[in-house]
Design a protein around this ligand. Structure first.
Ligand code: G4P
Length: 528
């Protein structure tokens, strides 16, 4: 295998959480450990502050900030860590789903007070579909949270994953005294407001040691002994294989803002998190150590300044070596491109890179040639599988307010939807354009950008649909009949694939029952 030493020292992952659980804070602490930043507070949260939830310009401004933090690469103990950022706002959930296709593992932050929240649930569905390895960080142990056993049970049940505690907390809230590291058999003591240093770590290989009573008091020492006995009995040693297959998630307790419990997780992360893994394509599986380059675009970031209509396409390298100024094959366009200024994101600043390896993310300057899912190779024709489009949740018809600008509108709609801002459907047998989004905010963004970047003025008419399903059938005639009879509810996606737009779950279920020969798919993956 080529480039083995480069590949095995890379870890590419994302942190996910419900807003406010502590993703930004944890990110910052990890960067501090990696020496990528020197001071706390240096990471700008890309979450949308509560008061600004209806101000999309503010959101776009913050998205602008987030270009710099889209990928944060840093080194820790010789391991090169690529941390891919995900948007905090739920209206941009599609961005998060796509970023999850570009990582080899994730860290999930759960707030110990609130437990599993809505957004976490949805993200976990995507993760378990892909069997991505997960580590869980239970944050805010310095606050009075839920009972830890209840919390573990809740997470296991809600997220349908086996948990494996790696550290065990001693109380929570104002009585929080620290965690016992079950793997290293050491006690890490907590002092609010200061980060845990080496002096706060007490090695206690035998829990009957009286030092434990001295450090945490007799009562808590006795509870800890009971807890650890129970936890060890139930869980035993972590099976790294189970973690890597996405079946078991190691769990750490801590407090990100106090930089507590973070190091224990990071140490385990670099020890067991997977390095870049083989990836399935439309033709074969691609191993990272193959000679030839391959990679796919999972995110496109547009410049909001209308004078600079450039974009950055984020390419995840899957195999081979990426080199500046070398020609690569753009499979969809069947054209070769070379990149004179590819970016890397080392230490949070954009720098031109000469070469990159599997697991790395490269920022490619793009003038409109890329769309999400595009593949670069050294000539071979394939696409990476598993970069699905999910059904939008809100559908609106695009009404052109200025017929003189029809061409600009078409172009704008094509480009914005290539970026993945929204999905575009065309009414079957007609030319009504339908935009589908996850959140209302994207409609504002689209309206604004169409006007300011393309000079096209539009308004939206809400349509009564709740879900789009991609439809296929072995029986072409049945599919033709269905499309004809249900014309009002049929549209084509941008690639010309048929979708059924359902008004409600009831309609969807009825159609499924009445049409057993037609398959209804909840993602576009079926066409890959
Ligand atoms: P997010 O990116 O997941 O949305 O969360 P973020 O890190 O911004 O954290 C949300 C809030 O929770 C922040 O407070 C942060 O300081 C706080 N927080 C993070 N970790 C802990 C912890 O371990 N314990 C406690 N008690 N709080 C924690 P904020 O008031 O919303 O913002 P800020 O003014 O402190 O930045």
């Amino acid at each position: 295998m080529k480039y083995q030493s480069e590949i095995s020292r890379r870890r590419t992952f994302a942190i996910i959480s419900h807003p406010d659980a502590g993703k930004t804070t944890l990110t910052e602490k990890l960067l501090l450990f990696g020496g990528a930043i020197q001071t706390a507070g240096a990471v700008k949260s890309n979450k949308i502050k509560k008061h600004a939830t209806s101000d999309f310009m503010e959101i776009e401004r913050q998205r602008g900030i987030s270009v710099a933090t889209s990928v944060m690469s840093f080194e820790y103990k010789g391991v090169l860590i690529n941390l891919l950022d995900t948007p905090g706002h739920k209206d941009f959930a599609e961005d998060t789903y796509r970023t999850l296709t570009a990582v080899d593992s994730v860290i999930l932050v759960v707030d110990s007070v609130n437990g599993v929240e809505e957004q976490t649930r949805r993200l976990m569905e995507v993760i378990s579909m892909r069997k991505t390895p997960v580590m869980v960080f239970i944050n805010k142990m310095d606050r009075d949270g839920k009972n830890r056993y209840d919390l573990l049970e809740e997470i296991e049940k809600e997220l349908k994953i086996h948990l494996h505690p790696m550290t065990w907390p001693i109380n929570s809230g104002k009585d929080f005294k620290g965690v016992y590291d079950l793997h290293n058999k050491s006690l890490v003591l907590f002092t609010a407001g200061t980060k845990a240093t080496d002096e706060d770590v007490v090695e206690i290989t035998d829990l009957s040691n009286e030092l434990l009573d001295k450090k945490v008091g007799e009562h808590d020492a006795s509870t800890l002994r009971d807890d650890v006995e129970l936890v060890d009995g139930v869980y035993g040693e972590l099976s790294v294989e189970d973690y890597r297959h996405g079946n078991t998630a190691p769990v750490f307790f801590g407090s990100a803002v106090n930089n507590f419990g973070v190091r224990e997780m990071l140490e385990t992360f670099i020890r067991i998190a997977p390095d870049p893994q083989p990836r399935q394509t439309t033709t074969r599986s691609i191993a990272p150590g193959e000679d030839k380059l391959s990679g796919f675009v999972f995110k496109i970031h547009a410049n909001l300044d209308p004078k600079h209509r450039d974009r950055i396409a984020f390419l995840r390298i899957c195999s081979g070596k990426f080199e500046r100024n070398k020609y690569y094959h753009h499979v969809r366009l069947d054209k070769d491109f070379r990149f004179s200024n590819p970016y890397t994101f080392m230490a949070r600043s954009k720098e031109v890179l000469e070469e990159a390896f599997p697991g790395d993310v490269v920022g490619l300057f793009d003038t409109g040639n890329f769309k999400i899912g595009d593949t670069l190779t050294e000539g071979e024709d394939f696409f990476f599988s598993g970069i699905p489009t999910f059904s939008p949740e809100i559908f609106k018809e695009v009404v052109n307010k200025d017929p003189m600008k029809t061409k600009q509108l078409e172009k704008g709609l094509m480009q914005l939807t290539d970026e993945g801002v929204a999905q575009l459907f065309t009414q079957f047998g007609g030319n009504k354009k339908i935009i589908g989004c996850v959140g209302e905010l994207q409609f504002e963004v689209i309206q604004y950008r169409l006007l300011h970047e393309y000079g096209a003025s539009v308004q939206f008419n809400t349509l009564p649909f709740y879900k789009a399903c991609w439809i296929t059938s072995e029986d072409k005639k049945k599919l033709d009949d269905f499309t004809r009879f249900k014309m009002q509810n049929i549209a084509e996606d941008k690639d010309g694939h048929l979708v059924y737009l359902a008004q409600s779950e009831w309609f969807l279920n009825t159609e499924r029952t009445n049409n057993p020969d037609i398959e209804f798919h909840f993602s576009s993956e079926v066409h890959k």
